[in-house]
Design a protein around this ligand. Sequence first.
Ligand code: ATP
Ligand code: MG
Length: 138
Amino acid sequence: MKVIQSRSSEETQNMAKGFAKKLSAGSVLALVGDLGAGKTCFVKGLAEGLDIPKEISISSPTYVLIHEYPKGRLPLYHFDFYRLQHEKEVTHLNLEEYFDGKGISVVEWADHFPNLFPKRTQWIRFKWIDETTREIQC
Ligand SMILES: Nc1ncnc2c1ncn2[C@@H]1O[C@H](COP(=O)(O)OP(=O)(O)OP(=O)(O)O)[C@@H](O)[C@H]1O
Ligand SMILES: [Mg+2]
């Protein structure tokens, strides 16, 4: 496990950009951390690393649960479980089809349903240290 201190949102994005280069179809990333800890910031960096065009904006799919970004080196499937309390609320998404699909799956608030994730999942934890500093464990 690596522990990284990020001193700015740009640094978090850059770290994620580098991380994206090592990913391949079927990679699953489970993001954990409080509100404002930097999860979406990390996903923005992933999108950049996957060469998703810059004019496509990345935001937490808090209400729709999933945003799909098909235009990069690999498709990116971005989920957000923030509002959810029961596993049955994601049944209709057919998560396994995404996890085993042609793209990369990344899930914010993954700790709401840790049992839904395959063994190969890479867990990434974000901790708020101060206004501009975050600790990232991966
Ligand atoms: N080192 C840092 N890394 C990441 N974000 C930072 C950092 N320093 C400050 N920030 C700010 O913290 C906020 C992180 O917001 P972000 O939307 O990524 O959080 P989140 O974990 O996705 O929250 P939510 O659970 O509400 O979706 C942004 O406003 C960002 O500019
Ligand atoms: Mg978010």
